[in-house]
Design a protein around this ligand. Sequence first.
Ligand code: AMP
Length: 283
Amino acid sequence: MRLIHTIKDMQALSRMLGAGKKTIGLVPTMGALHEGHLSLVRRSKDENDITVLSIFVNPTQFGPAEDFKQYPRNVEGDLAKLSPYNVDAVFLPGAEDMYPEGFSTSVNIGGIGEILCGASRPGHFNGVATVVAKLFNIVMPHRAYFGQKDFQQTVVIKKLAEDLSFDINIIVCPTVREPDGLAMSSRNGYLNIEERNGAAVLYKALKLGEDLILSKGMSDVSYVKSEMKNLINAEPLARIDYAEIVNVRNLETVEKIETPVAICIAVKVGRTRLIDNMIVEKK
Ligand code: AMP
């Protein structure tokens, strides 16, 4: 497992591997690795000759009042979790290398980055799109792996790749969950015990929505949303940011439920903002 700290070294390695006709899979992360991240690593290892995992807590995707400073950082622990996987390279760039003095170019992903999470996190998806575009240019992967956990992000990245003609296959991997259904997230570590128990309400709400749509045949968006919201609001520690039922391709809210649709929710549990989603599709 090579540790690579500079853009120059990463590009040199990728060029060499590419010249040798090796396929490269990239797993971009912000570290504090958990089973969700490791599932992306396994998939990349299955599908590529070489797997590169990047760890970079990207400052430009955090708002001024967000948790950039306190975001969990534990490179040693991350490397220990990666060691059984024999990842070929871990790319750990410094912020001064990614955003040197005078850096001024950014990707504006447009309206798709301003809805759902983008509405309460202005600029977040432009920060994501910019850093992912840089990672694509640095690692030059054939495939890049993202989790469905961050569903809006996957739609944004697919659009980025298409609009800017990155010849990279964007692969979306299923959400990995705790036994009670809570989606794994580096931010779950912020939750105290009561909040951690309360956080299970996100998955319960998604399952309720899915059940109303698939088993009960409900197509009335406001009915399904209000049932889900009632369930979440019954949890005293939870405060809804949004609960929407959207088109799976463009994330626009639907007027009538015709599957497939995505149920997307963001809920603050205590002071921690959690997101989750479910794609509801007739089998
Ligand atoms: P992050 O480190 O939170 O930026 O996440 C890095 C990548 O891992 C993103 O593509 C996430 O969507 C993905 N990821 C995070 N949590 C999960 C999860 N529970 N299941 C699957 N993928 C995940």
